[in-house]
Design a protein around this ligand. Structure first.
Ligand SMILES: Nc1ncnc2c1ncn2[C@@H]1O[C@H](COP(=O)(O)OP(=O)(O)O)[C@@H](O)[C@H]1O
Ligand SMILES: [Mg+2]
Length: 489
């Protein structure tokens, strides 16, 4: 074997990063849709920075701000009016990686998510190999160009800055990406990509869109998916101790770097046995909204989750089952971006975070109450429906506002994560006359023939309801016959 000759005096080794690492490797682990959401996150961070503390707290702080995305097989553009990239931020904006030691400084209560200083560059290289970032602030306007071929120039780590040629009308930023990679170009060509992207924006940005931000993709407007739970308004003479359908709620103290709010309740009446079976055969619309949604600084990181991540099937909580379809919950974390329980892509939940694990215990407490409620009422679901259906629904923001206004009374808790809890006093059925379900199979043809024969309003009954109506009719008839016989001497 040939011996490698080691020079007597060794020169230092280089650790200089290789461009291909950023361009090809960093972009591998992120989905195209998520990379685009990173660009939207920057727009929202921009808005947060340009608002005052008071403006950020309103119901619709993002109103008037927008991002327009357009894509074709050769080009991707995102243009916003979110304040622009101040020249003072250029080092953070254009370097690959955030040079600041204090990764996510809290700008006077701004709900930022930018932390690692990589999102924009990763998104650009995920999609293409050349780009122009054109930006305008209140007192500056400039363009930064990544020319074609730059990603192959190993020794060139600089980008030219020129006076803006785009002349944006309002303070904002426009990013144009070209020389698309063949992978992203073919995704943009695919007919379902637009729907997939809109769906992702409508779920992950539901809070931000509800708070007034506007996003269009190829001229189609993203509409927020609204999740809300039933809340019986306290009337003048009722007390919060009386039984009523209301969510379980928890809020942490305000002193910490991250504030937490948890709410879980019923989104709709609990399902009847037919719906439970139907949903198992082929999930319909209703299932989409069941489960837990986790929000970090207004961004949804988990949407309507129904597995172990949100406590289902762990500790004393059963696994999710369509029987629990009516249960919806939200968890909100708000504060210093570096302390939020999110992964580096900011789109994922950091399950092992100590804070999240503490909050998970609160989430389980709340889920437990509504699992119990479902179990108490599942044989009396029609009656439960009468309680639940007429009630108004409240979104997470509306619940939070109510919690602030002391409409209902929270009690301090000292076990586990400190804060205040509201536990609803949910109604229970008066136990004697419990209905049970009678179910069996018979040939469809026979059922239909019999139903046509004996059901007077056969024509008006939907096909789905015929078996039940027929069963009820025959049962009641048989029952009344037997009752009469028994009464006769
Ligand atoms: N559309 C935009 N509007 C305002 N500022 C932006 C925009 N895009 C990027 N920036 C600025 O560029 C910085 C770098 O963005 P990014 O690479 O996503 O890293 P991070 O968001 O983690 O800091 C952001 O912190 C922000 O200051
Ligand atoms: Mg970012």
């Amino acid at each position: 074997m040939a011996k490698t000759t080691v020079p007597a005096k060794k020169s230092p080794v280089s650790t200089r990063p290789v461009k291909r690492f950023f361009v090809e490797m960093l972009t591998r682990d992120i989905a195209l849709e998520d990379a685009i959401l990173d660009l939207l996150d920057n727009c929202v961070d921009g808005v947060q920075r340009s608002l005052t503390k008071k403006q950020r707290q309103g119901e619709t702080p993002y109103k008037g701000f927008e991002a327009k995305i357009t894509f074709s097989t050769s080009k991707f553009v995102i243009a916003d009016n979110c304040g622009g990239i101040p020249w003072s931020e250029h080092d953070r904006a254009f370097r690959m990686g955030n040079p600041s030691a204090n990764r996510a400084a809290m700008v006077d209560g701004a709900l930022l998510v930018g932390t690692y200083g990589i999102g924009m560059k990763r998104a650009i290289f995920k999609m293409g190999r050349s780009a122009v970032i054109s930006t305008r602030t209140d007192d500056d306007a400039y363009d930064v160009t990544i020319p074609a071929g730059w990603t192959d120039e190993e020794d060139n780590w600089e980008l030219a800055v020129t006076d803006s040629v785009t002349r944006l009308k309002h303070p904002g930023t426009s990013i144009t990406i070209e020389n698309l990679t063949s992978a992203s170009s073919s995704r943009f060509r695919s007919s379902d990509f637009l729907d997939a992207l809109l769906e992702k924006i409508e779920t992950h940005y539901s809070v931000i869109l509800t708070k007034g931000f506007s996003v269009t993709v190829n001229n189609r407007e993203a509409k927020p998916k609204r999740i809300a739970v039933k809340f019986a308004e306290p009337s003048a003479n009722s007390t919060s101790a009386q039984t009523a359908i209301r969510p379980y709620m928890f809020r942490s103290g305000k002193e910490d770097d991250v504030e937490v709010f948890v709410a879980v309740g019923l989104r709709e009446p609990i399902p009847d046995a037919e719906t439970t079976l139907d949903e198992q055969e082929g999930p319909t619309f209703a299932t989409d909204f069941a489960g837990w949604t986790v929000i970090c600084n207004d961004r949804v990181v988990l949407y309507c989750n129904r597995d172990e991540l949100t406590g289902w099937g762990t500790a004393n909580i059963p696994r999710y089952h369509t029987q629990f379809i009516a249960i919806s919950g939200f968890v909100e974390f708000k504060g210093n971006a570096a302390k939020l329980p999110t992964t580096t892509t900011k789109r994922g939940l950091e399950f092992s975070s100590v804070l999240y694990q503490q909050v998970l215990n609160r989430m389980r407490d709340g889920t437990r109450m509504f699992v119990d409620y479902t179990n108490w009422w599942k044989q009396n679901e029609a009656q439960s429906k009468q309680h639940v259906l007429p009630l108004p629904s409240k979104t997470m923001n509306e619940l939070k506002t109510m919690a602030e206004s002391a409409t209902i009374k929270f009690n301090p808790t000292r076990t586990g994560l400190e804060g205040e809890i509201f536990k609803p006093n949910l109604p229970r059925p008066v136990s004697e006359a419990v209905d049970i379900r009678v179910a069996f199979y018979r040939p469809k043809k026979t059922v239909m023939r019999l139903a046509e024969e004996v059901l007077r309003d056969f024509e008006d009954i939907s096909e789905k309801n015929i078996p039940r109506c027929l069963g009820e009719h025959l049962f009641d008839e048989a029952h009344s016959k037997i009752s009469k016989k028994v009464k006769k001497p």
